[in-house]
Design a protein around this ligand. Structure first.
Ligand code: ZN
Length: 776
C-alpha cells in the first residue's frame, strides 16, 4: 500500500472505532436510564429491544463495515475467573478493572503490523466457542488465571471445543496474574503451563498482569502479527492450489491474452470464477458469520461497494481499443463490468473477475518491498514513449518491478511480474487511452507533447489507470477519471482481495496440501470405520493420530498419548504434519473401530471418558488401555499351538502370511519387543521372520507395524537374507523406504527411530516461492 491509502486506512479505522465506541457508550447509558423505569414489564421490554440493537448494530463487527479497511478478527476465550475481561480492558482503555464481564464484549482497535494499519476486531466470548464464533475468528487468545485451577482446567475444554470447528488458526495462551499475593498464591506452576502449551498445538505462552500492564500490549500485537502472517501464508497456498497454475519450476511463463496460445493457461482457465471458490464462501457463511455469503444466497443482485464508469482497454490482441464500462465491485469478492448501467441493472452481458486470485497494480509504481532498480535507462531511440506508463516499465534497467503489488501475495508478485513482463513486452503498443488524450489536451503546462523521457514520465504519473492481473497472466486494464478515483478503486479492490482470502481460509487445510494425493489419502483416513470420533473419549472430528495404534484421537487425548512414549503411541497431527504414503496406509487400514476391537474389547465394567472428561479421567483410562493393556481382547491360541509367549514369532508369521491384519494387531497388542524377536523354543523350523513375510508380500502396513513394534530389521532368514533384500527382490518400494528409515541395514540402533519427516514449515514454502524464476 502506498502512503496515501495507508493513511486513508488509518483515518477510516479511527473513524470506525470512534463510531463504535460512541454507540456502545450511548447504549450503556440507555441501559442505566432504563433502571429508572418504574413499570417492571416495560423496563424489561425496553431492555430486550436495546439488547437486540446492541447485538445487531454495536456488537456486529460487520455492520457498517468499511471494506477498504483491512481487518483482523481476534477471539478471546476463557472462564469467568480467567481474568480475560481485565486483559482486554487494559489493552483497550489502558486502565485496570477487576470486573469480569459475564456477557463478553466487542471491541475495535487500530493496530500496526509492518507499518500498515489494520482494524483489530476483538470479540470476548462469554461462553464456549460455537460454530459462528469459530468461523469468524482469525486467531484466538485462550486465557486462564495462574491463581485459579478451575480456569486452567476449563481452558482445555474450551480449546477442545474450538478444535472441533477450527484447527487452522493461530492460538496464543495467556496466564494472567493480576491479583497474586501471599494470601492469593499462584497455583499453576510453570511446568503445567508449559505442558498446556504443548497440548494446545505448541502455542505461544505469555504471562500477563493487567494491574501493571505487563505483557498486555505484547500479547495483542503478537496475535495481530500472527494473523497477518497467516493471511500471507494463505495467499501463498491459495496460489499453489490454483487449478492449472503454472508450475513452480519456473520453466514456463504464463501466457497473457495478448501473448498468443504458446501456453494453455489463459485459454484453459474459465473466464468466470471457478465454482469451487464460490461454494467455499457459501459454505463458510452457513455458520451465520458472513455478510458476503448471506447476500450471495438471498439477494439476486449482490450489494456492490463501488461502481462507476471506467475506461477499459480491450483484451483482444488485435484491437486495443478503450471502451467505457460500467464497473462494479461487489463485497462477495468479484469485480464485474457491463457495457452500460442498464445492462448492469438487467444483469446481462456482464463479465466477472474473481478477486481471489488476482493482484491489482498501478503501472509505474513499484511494489513496496521491491529492491530499488539501478535507475531508469533512457528510452531507446525510436520507441514509442509512455503509453500509460508501460513503456517506462519496459525499459527500466532491471526489467523487474513494473507494478504495485497488493498486500499479501509474495507469490502474486512473481507471477504478476512475469505476466506484466509479457504484457509490456513491446508487442503491445496500442492506442493511448481516451482519458490520457483528454488530459493531454487539457494540460496547461507548456510542454512538447511527445519527446523526451522526462515528459513521458510526467504523463505516466498523470494516468489514472490500474491493471488487474490474474495468476494465469490474464490482465484487465482500467482507467479512472482521476488519480483520486483510481486510488480509491485500487484500495477497494485490494481490500476485497484480502476479504476473499479471509473467506477462503476455511478451505486452507485443503489448500495447504502439497499434493492432491495426500488430501485424498487423508480423506481415506477420516473415512475409516469409527474415525469420526476420538478413539478414547469419542470427541467428534479428531484431528490427531496415533500412528502405531492406527487410530484417530482428539487434541486432549493426544496430549496424554504423547506422554505415554513412542513405544506405546506415536502421535501425529492430521493438519500440521506431513503424511507420506506408508503412514496414511496404516491409518486408513486400521481405524478406530478395529483399534478398539482390540484395545477396548473387555472393559470390565469401566466406562470410557466422555469428550468433556477431565484430564485425569482421560489419563487414567488411556494409561489403563495402552500401558497396562487392561482391556485388550484375549488371545485365543490356535489349535495345537503353544502358549503365545513362547511362539510369538511363529504366530506373527502366520498372521502376516494369511494377511490377517486384525490378528496381527491383536498379537502385537499382546507382545513385547523381546517376544517378537525371541528365538522359537525347540525347533529351528522358522524359515523367516514376520518382517520377511511382510516384505515378501510387499505389505507396507504390516511392515510398518512390525517395525514400530520393534522387530529386528536386520534379522536374517535361514538363507541369510535380510528383510530389505526380500523387499528389493519383490520390488516393494514402500517396504524398502520403511526399512531404510528405520536404520536398515547400516545403522546401529534400528528400532527406535521415527521416520524423519519435516513439520510443515511456512518458511520452507515461502522460500520455495521466492526462489521462483524472476523475469529479467
Ligand atoms: Zn479424546
Amino acid at each position: 500500500m502506498n502512503n496515501n491509502s495507508k493513511s486513508v486506512n488509518s483515518t477510516a479505522i479511527k473513524a470506525e472505532i470512534k463510531r463504535h465506541e460512541s454507540l456502545q457508550s450511548a447504549i450503556n447509558r440507555l441501559f442505566k436510564q432504563f433502571e429508572r423505569v418504574q413499570d417492571q414489564q416495560l423496563r424489561s421490554g425496553l431492555k430486550v429491544f436495546l439488547t437486540s440493537i446492541q447485538v445487531n448494530i454495536a456488537n456486529s463487527q460487520e455492520w457498517t463495515l468499511n471494506r477498504s479497511v483491512p481487518e483482523l478478527r481476534l477471539g478471546i476465550l476463557g472462564s469467568l475467573k480467567s481474568g480475560k475481561s481485565a486483559l482486554v480492558n487494559k489493552y483497550i482503555t489502558g486502565s485496570y478493572s477487576a470486573l469480569e464481564k459475564p456477557d463478553g464484549g466487542r471491541y475495535k482497535k487500530e493496530v500496526l503490523v509492518d507499518g500498515q494499519s489494520y482494524l483489530l476486531l476483538i470479540r470476548e466470548e462469554p461462553g464456549p466457542p460455537d460454530a459462528q464464533f469459530s468461523s469468524w475468528v482469525d486467531a484466538v487468545i485462550l486465557v486462564f488465571s495462574l491463581e485459579n485451577e478451575a480456569s486452567f482446567q476449563e481452558l482445555y475444554q474450551l480449546y477442545s471445543q474450538l478444535s472441533a470447528f477450527r484447527t487452522d488458526i493461530p492460538v496464543i495462551v495467556v496466564g494472567t496474574q493480576d491479583k497474586i499475593s501471599s494470601t492469593n498464591p499462584r497455583v499453576i506452576e510453570d511446568q503445567r503451563a508449559r505442558q498446556l502449551c504443548l497440548d494446545v498445538r505448541h502455542s505461544l505462552f505469555y504471562e500477563t498482569c493487567a494491574t501493571y500492564g505487563f505483557n498486555v500490549d505484547r500479547v495483542f500485537s503478537e496475535a495481530a502479527q500472527k494473523i497477518v502472517a497467516q493471511k500471507k501464508q494463505a495467499a501463498l497456498q491459495a496460489c499453489k492450489s490454483l487449478p492449472n497454475s503454472p508450475s513452480h519450476s519456473g520453466g514456463s511463463t504464463p501466457g497473457s491474452a495478448s501473448n498468443g496460445p504458446s501456453s494453455g493457461y489463459a485459454y484453459s482457465l474459465p473466464s468466470t470464477p471457478v465454482v469451487g471458490h464460490r461454494e467455499l464462501r457459501v459454505a463458510q457463511g452457513e455458520g451465520g458469520g458472513s455478510i458476503n455469503a448471506r447476500s450471495l444466497k438471498s439477494i439476486p443482485r449482490r450489494p456492490s461497494l463501488f461502481k462507476s464508469i471506467l475506461w477499459k482497454r480491450s483484451g483482444s490482441s488485435l484491437n486495443k481499443e478503450w471502451k467505457k464500462k460500467f464497473v462494479t465491485l461487489s463485497n462477495n469478492g468479484t469485480l464485474s463490468y457491463h457495457s452500460s448501467s442498464s445492462d448492469y441493472t438487467q444483469n446481462i452481458h456482464g463479465k466477472e473477475i474473481d478477486l481471489l486470485r488476482v493482484t491489482v497494480k498501478v503501472p509505474g509504481k513499484r511494489p513496496p518491498r521491491a529492491v530499488a532498480p539501478v535507475g531508469p535507462s533512457p528510452v531507446p531511440p525510436g520507441s514509442v514513449p509512455g503509453v500509460n506508463g508501460l513503456n517506462k516499465d519496459l525499459t527500466a534497467a532491471d526489467g523487474t518491478s513494473t507494478g504495485r503489488i497488493m498486500c499479501l501475495g509474495t507469490c502474486n508478485t512473481s507471477y504478476a511480474l512475469e505476466a506484466t513482463a509479457s504484457l509490456f513486452g513491446g508487442k503491445d503498443q496500442g492506442q493511448s487511452s481516451p482519458m490520457s488524450d483528454r488530459k493531454k489536451n487539457r494540460r496547461k503546462k507548456s510542454m512538447n507533447q511527445k519527446g523526451d523521457a522526462a515528459v513521458g514520465q510526467a504523463e505516466d504519473e498523470e494516468n489514472a489507470d490500474f491493471i488487474i492481473v490474474s495468476f494465469t497472466g490474464q490482465t484487465w486494464h482500467f482507467e479512472a477519471q482521476s488519480l483520486e478515483e483510481r486510488d480509491s478503486w485500487v484500495s477497494a479492490i485490494e481490500s476485497q482481495i484480502l476479504a476473499s482470502l479471509q473467506s477462503c481460509e476455511s478451505g486452507r487445510n485443503k489448500a495447504r496440501r502439497s499434493s492432491q494425493s495426500e488430501a485424498v489419502a487423508l480423506q481415506a483416513i477420516r473415512n475409516a470405520k469409527g474415525n469420526s470420533l476420538c478413539v478414547d473419549c469419542e470427541a467428534p472430528n479428531p484431528t490427531w493420530a496415533s500412528l502405531n495404534l492406527g487410530a484417530l484421537i482428539c487434541i486432549e487425548c493426544s496430549g496424554i498419548h504423547r506422554n505415554l512414549g513412542t513405544h506405546l503411541s506415536r502421535v501425529r497431527s492430521l493438519d500440521l504434519d506431513d503424511w507420506p504414503g506408508e503412514l496414511t496406509q496404516v491409518l486408513a487400514a486400521i481405524g478406530n473401530h478395529l483399534a478398539n476391537s482390540i484395545w477396548e474389547s473387555c472393559t470390565q465394567g469401566r466406562t470410557k471418558p466422555a469428550p468433556n472428561a477431565t484430564r485425569s479421567e482421560r489419563e487414567s483410562w488411556i494409561r489403563a488401555k495402552y500401558e497396562q493393556r487392561a482391556f485388550v481382547a484375549p488371545l485365543q491360541p490356535a489349535l495345537g499351538t503353544q502358549m503365545p509367549e513362547d511362539s510369538m514369532p511363529e504366530w506373527l508369521v502366520s498372521a502376516v502370511t494369511e494377511k490377517d491384519l486384525p490378528r496381527l494387531l491383536l498379537l502385537l497388542a499382546h507382545s513385547t519387543k523381546e517376544q517378537i524377536n525371541s528365538q522359537p523354543a525347540g525347533s529351528s523350523s522358522l524359515p523367516q521372520t514376520a518382517l520377511h513375510a511382510a516384505c515378501q508380500q510387499g505389505d507396507v502396513v504390516m511392515t510398518q507395524l512390525l517395525v514400530w513394534y520393534g522387530i529386528d530389521v536386520r534379522g536374517k532368514d535361514n538363507q541369510g537374507q535380510t528383510a530389505i533384500m526380500i523387499a528389493r527382490k519383490t520390488g516393494s518400494k514402500g517396504c524398502i523406504d520403511i526399512l531404510l528409515q528405520h536404520g536398515c541395514p547400516n545403522e546401529t540402533s534400528p528400532t527406535t527411530a521415527t521416520p524423519i519427516l519435516s513439520r510443515r514449515s511456512s518458511t520452507a514454502s515461502l522460500g520455495r516461492t521466492s526462489s521462483r524464476k524472476r523475469v529479467t
